[in-house]
Design a binder for this molecule. Structure first.
Ligand code: ACO
Length: 331
């Protein structure tokens, strides 16, 4: 592809629902303990969307913040990409609903499904559109309402997930800008597609009374198999972008990985040999919000004045598919 322009992050925002579900609360629902959840995952609490809150409601709030924090106005947005596996509906896309909520129309808006790597996939797609000149300001959202597709009788999964949204504006950079999306690498290994799955509700297993009774519309996961693949695939994605850009971990100011398990974050940090002070973690507060973990953590770190203009940031994620990816940028 001929790169005409550079892309940069020009705004970020997040929204977390008010309701907090703590480990102690979960002790009352399934056979688990605060001690098990904290030592095995690092999670202490997670946010849960209200009954009347769908993915687009969370995404809209995060998007307003992202627009507010950027120099652009909502009318300058010329594309919306929404990464989610817990959309408002199978169709229309959540991106189209967010477009309507923002009072915008007449430009492309679409969802992508790449599990927890969704926002990294979406940011990489946005990067291409900015670089080839086809768009100037793209709203890239990662949003999940996983509580709506979680089986609260299954302790293997229900302790892990939370709801939330992160939004980012990816814009054309000016020639004088130091901010830039430097490189991204996305991949998938579909041989593992059954390890993390919502079995029913699609064309393979249409919704029926039987599927509802057997809880087949909820997230099913073989967690320990994914665990083993997670570190390897994220390490590979990080290594690829660093090598391609003749950089090493010494050049990286901050690492943000998908917040699926504290032990996975630590294992990746150790393998990459990065100082743990440079690793952004918020898993204790929000648990695994799938496609939303990275844009939420990014926004939080920017607003807390950790990540500053000019810093070099490496993002890495993995998720259902199994997908994986990394994004390297200077803020
Ligand atoms: N409370 C108490 N005990 C539990 C719980 C719980 N909530 N959940 C599982 N256990 C038990 C199991 O039943 C098992 O008991 P057994 O030995 O008697 O059979 C024991 O704990 C160990 O189970 P494991 O699954 O081996 O535990 P592990 O240390 O692997 O931790 C976990 C499980 C947290 C799920 C971990 O494997 C993990 O984080 N995996 C990765 C998950 C992930 O990253 N998913 C992809 C992203 S999510 C997305 O894309 C939407």
């Amino acid at each position: 592809m001929i790169v005409k322009y550079n892309a940069k992050i020009s705004g970020t925002g997040r929204y977390l629902p008010e309701k907090i579900l703590t480990n102690k609360d979960l002790e009352k629902i399934v056979d688990t303990s605060d001690e098990w959840i904290v030592t095995r995952t690092g999670m202490k609490e997670r946010r849960i969307a209200a009954d009347d809150q769908a993915a687009s409601d969370l995404a809209y709030e995060a998007s307003l913040q992202a627009i507010q924090s950027s120099p652009i106005r909502s009318k300058d947005i010329d594309m919306i990409i929404c990464a989610t596996i817990s959309a408002d509906h199978a169709f229309p896309s959540t991106a189209c609903i967010v477009q309507q909520k923002l009072g915008l129309k007449n430009f492309p808006a679409f969802d992508i499904s790449a599990g927890c790597t969704g926002w990294v996939y979406a940011a990489n797609i946005a990067k291409q559109y900015i670089e080839n000149g086809a768009a100037e300001n793209i709203l890239v959202i990662g949003v999940e309402t996983l509580s709506k597709i979680t089986n609260y009788e299954d302790r293997n999964t229900c302790v892990l997930f939370g709801d939330g949204a992160g939004a980012t504006i990816i814009s054309r950079a000016e020639a004088k800008d130091i901010s830039q999306l430097i490189d991204a690498d996305i991949s998938a290994d579909g041989t593992h597609n059954e390890l993390l799955i919502q079995r029913a509700g699609g064309s393979r297993m249409p919704a029926s009374q039987k599927t509802v009774k057997e809880n087949l519309h909820t997230v099913q996961m073989e967690g320990n198999k994914i665990f083993k693949l997670a570190v390897k695939s994220m390490y590979q994605a990080c290594h690829t972008v660093l090598k391609r850009n003749h950089m090493d971990m010494q050049s990286i100011d901050w690492l943000i990985t998908h917040q699926a398990n504290m032990r996975i974050i630590q294992a990746l940090g150790n393998k990459l040999k990065i100082d743990e002070k440079k690793v952004i973690v918020n898993i204790e507060k929000y648990a695994n919000t799938s496609a939303a973990t990275i844009p939420i953590a990014l926004d939080e770190a920017i607003r807390n004045n950790k990540i500053r203009h000019g810093d070099i940031v490496l993002l890495a994620s993995f998720g259902a598919g199994l997908t994986s990816g990394s994004l390297l940028f200077r803020l």
